[in-house]
Design a protein around this ligand. Structure first.
Ligand code: FES
Length: 160
């Protein structure tokens, strides 16, 4: 199966009136379908990136073929930093932003408690066709937490 083509969006700062009109039409459509928080998060991502030598890491592929990676840094079983990467759509970016924002500062137990429903509630309005983006983000966070536990939990093998 071939990978879907990377989607490109018109440059909002373009001087081309046609491109500007297309961008404005897209923005108008987005405002109808998505909450202001979703549009803000995908327009101005701040948490996208990696963490060097993360304490917990996972990469998952969603049902649409998009991937998300979550990087965690923990101290005393509390998440002190969380970052993500994705090759997915704007909504996936918004989900990566929100899930890492929600996770930061939480204990392991609290972070395991972040459900797709909780993420959906945090994001506000999201069409049903994009609910799977929430599932991808929460699953990836939970897998990164499981990775941390496997490496650093009580049951982790002793390091030489
Ligand atoms: Fe694929 Fe959002 S459309 S995860």
């Amino acid at each position: 199966m071939s990978k879907p083509e990377k989607r490109t969006e018109p440059d909002p700062a373009s001087d081309d009136p046609v491109l500007r009109a297309i961008q404005e039409a897209l923005n108008e459509q987005a405002r109808k379908e998505f909450s202001p928080r979703v549009v803000e998060l995908w327009s101005h991502p701040r948490r996208r990136g990696t963490i060097d030598r993360p304490d917990g890491f996972a990469r998952n592929r969603g049902i649409c073929g998009d991937t998300m990676a979550v990087y965690l840094s923990l101290k005393n079983d509390r998440i002190v930093a969380a970052r993500y990467e994705t090759d997915g759509c704007g909504v996936t970016t918004a989900c990566g932003e929100a899930i890492t924002e929600l996770a930061e500062g939480k204990t392991l137990e609290e972070a395991f408690g972040i459900s797709p429903r909780a993420l959906l509630k945090d994001l506000g309005r999201l069409p049903r066709s994009h609910w799977h983006c929430c599932l991808l983000a929460t699953t990836t966070l939970h897998n990164a937490l499981a990775n941390y536990l496997a490496l650093h939990g009580d049951a982790a093998p002793e390091r030489p």
